[in-house]
Design a protein around this ligand. Sequence first.
Ligand code: AMP
Length: 128
Amino acid sequence: MSIFTKIISGEIPSYKVAENDEFIAFLDINPNAKGHTLCVPKQEINKIFDMDKSLYTCLMEFSYDVAQAIEKAVPCKRVGVAVVGLEVPHVHVHLIPLQDMDDMRFQRKASLTPEEFEETAKQIAANL
Ligand code: AMP
């Protein structure tokens, strides 16, 4: 069972931003930048291009709405999108508020307090 399935079932906590029957969005716990969010299908699928095409399209539509909310809630030049999956083999779309190219490199990390995570998740959710 993936760590994201445990988040979906409520077994481990997350800073949740959005949820519907098929998808959930929560803050990345080791973010590239403040507001870095993961959009995840509830069905545990390893690789994004193994997804059923219609579920893939729905995940992208869900991610679109979350990205719009991030752009309103978090000061940034734009929202970057990445799919990697080398660490967690459960499909997830990274949405990353960008100031510069280093924010897309998954090397420079932002450190947030639990209160800052909580507040950021609330601000993004409030813009959905
Ligand atoms: P990757 O699989 O390479 O796309 O990276 C997985 C991402 O999931 C990384 O950015 C991690 O910081 C993030 N991550 C891992 N565990 C958790 C968790 N429990 N809550 C939120 N994000 C997580």
